[in-house]
Design a binder for this molecule. Structure first.
Ligand SMILES: Cc1cc2nc3c(=O)[nH]c(=O)nc-3n(C[C@H](O)[C@H](O)[C@H](O)COP(=O)(O)O)c2cc1C
Ligand code: SF4
Ligand code: SF4
Length: 431
């Protein structure tokens, strides 16, 4: 019987497991942080602090859920997909006062082998140096540099310099790099800039931050998103605000894989992580640690143990001894379009008429009109089949399999059959 070893190393940090609490309301006070230690996180990222008064005030209401179907007979039912929209800014405690909270909880974290990560959104470099040094002295093991908070200052600040924080440093990566360089001269704890999505050339930014000395990258914070309530015609939560959703995991995973492949950086990957399978996927995409925030708010702290138990069971079932064996497992199988064109064969669908129950589902989804009806069965016209594979994925009885074509010409002929005159070179004519 294999005992799964969940410990992992992120640079010089040693985590008892790869699950990291993303900064947010669950790490806003000493009591909150202790509760997350007890829940079993490998690392906890404390709520972001700042000196910017407008980020210490929250426009209300704080949280809105969209597409969150409720069931009176099942109050703990949590839908698989929902949209979370919020207006929570940074900690209401000014940065220097939160240092006392760090001092208070750091020993508890360390007694329980939990890595404590601080988070600061500074303005000028002196502010950055002062607070990051104070956090390091108070016992944080690493810092997330908040280059991500997507809140605009409109209507809240009179001095434009106050807006030069949070996502500003992802949008101006050279200025972010300068902060990283100066902080590396000041403290020895690892530094992870945390970035938001949609901030320009992410790979270029990652390289700039790596060059400046960043020990890794944390991605993603929330994006500014907008949903509309169609019954009232009004924006949900008054307009664009920070949001996340389980389906947003795909974008994080894509960027995690690309950053790891292009830069080799340690990525703390999160946004949309909800279940244990998401954690496995993130690790396989190359994440060094996996951040989770809203799912733990919705499911409660018990969700942490549930995820870790299932992760261990998965590893035992698949005979992985160490979590590091999973890390980046999928990367070598990621192919680009050139490789796909050169190294893979075109496909066509074949129906096993003995299995077909004649439900007609495949014909409905075939955008290429390649499926024709037989009495009580469906079949594929191979000359028209584009090999998209959709029919084989929706067939309820697994009656459709995909076969490789002998040559690509047949594939292109299938795509062009309706307009043979426009592509005579494919159909035996000259051009
Ligand atoms: C209510 C709330 C408050 C948050 N506050 C912070 C914060 O102070 N600093 C920060 O870097 N990220 C903050 N986040 C972002 C989360 O750490 C996380 O990056 C984001 O929610 C995406 O992960 P998730 O889909 O697991 O929630 C907050 C998120 C939520 C929902
Ligand atoms: S593989 Fe795609 S194109 Fe071919 S028959 Fe199925 S649905 Fe149609
Ligand atoms: S979806 Fe499957 S079972 Fe239904 S008609 Fe097509 S091949 Fe037959």
């Amino acid at each position: 019987m294999i005992m799964a070893d969940l410990t992992t190393k992120i640079g010089k940090l040693k985590l008892k497991n790869p699950l990291i609490l993303g900064a947010g309301p669950l790490s806003g006070t000493a009591g909150h942080i202790r509760k997350c230690v007890d829940a079993g996180f490998g690392a906890i990222c404390a709520k972001t602090v700042t000196f910017s008064p407008y980020l210490q005030r929250y426009p209300r209401p704080l949280y809105r859920l969209k597409d969150y179907s409720i069931k009176p007979d099942a109050p703990f039912f949590i839908p698989k997909d929902y949209m979370w929209l919020h207006r929570e800014h940074n900690s209401i405690f000014p940065a220097d006062r939160f240092v006392k909270i760090i001092e208070e909880v750091a020993p508890y974290c360390h007694e329980h082998e939990t890595v404590l990560i601080g988070s600061f959104a500074g303005r000028g470099i002196e502010e950055w140096k002062r607070i990051v040094s104070a956090y390091a002295e108070a016992g944080t093991d690493a810092m997330e540099l908040n280059f991500c908070c997507p809140f605009p200052p409109e209507g809240l600040v009179s001095n434009p310099a106050d807006a030069h924080l949070g996502i500003y440093f992802s949008q101006h990566p050279e200025e972010g790099a300068e902060i990283i360089r100066k902080l590396k001269e000041t403290v020895s704890i690892p530094l992870f800039p945390k970035i938001g999505p949609g901030v320009g050339n992410i790979i270029k930014m990652a390289k700039i931050f790596k060059e400046a000395g960043a020990d890794g990258l944390s991605l993603f914070a929330n994006d500014r998103l907008l949903r509309i309530d169609i019954e009232t015609g009004r924006p949900v939560n008054y307009g664009p605000c920070a949001g996340t959703s389980p389906h947003m995991i795909a974008a994080t995973m894509r960027w995690t894989a690309e950053i790891v492949q292009e830069t080799g950086m340690n990525v703390l990957a999160g946004r949309g992580v909800t279940e244990w399978e998401d954690v496995v996927e993130m690790l396989m995409a190359g994440a060094a640690g996996v951040e989770i925030c809203t799912a733990v708010i919705l499911h409660g702290h018990k969700h942490v143990k549930a995820i870790l138990d299932e992760l261990a069971k998965f590893m035992e079932r698949k005979r992985y001894e160490r979590v590091d064996e999973i890390r980046g497992l999928a990367l070598k199988h990621i192919l680009d379009n050139r490789q796909l064109i050169e190294d893979t064969r075109a496909l066509y669908a074949v129906v096993d008429l003995k299995k077909c129950i004649g439900c007609r589902r495949c014909g409905e989804v075939c955008a290429y009109e390649a499926i024709y009806e037989l009495p009580k069965k469906n079949n594929v016209e191979q000359e028209k089949c584009a090999g998209c594979t959709l029919c084989s994925q929706v067939c309820p009885v697994g009656a459709i399999s995909m076969k490789e074509r002998d040559n690509d010409e047949d594939h292109f002929r299938a795509l062009a059959w309706e307009h043979k005159d426009l592509m005579p070179e494919l159909f035996g004519g000259g051009k």
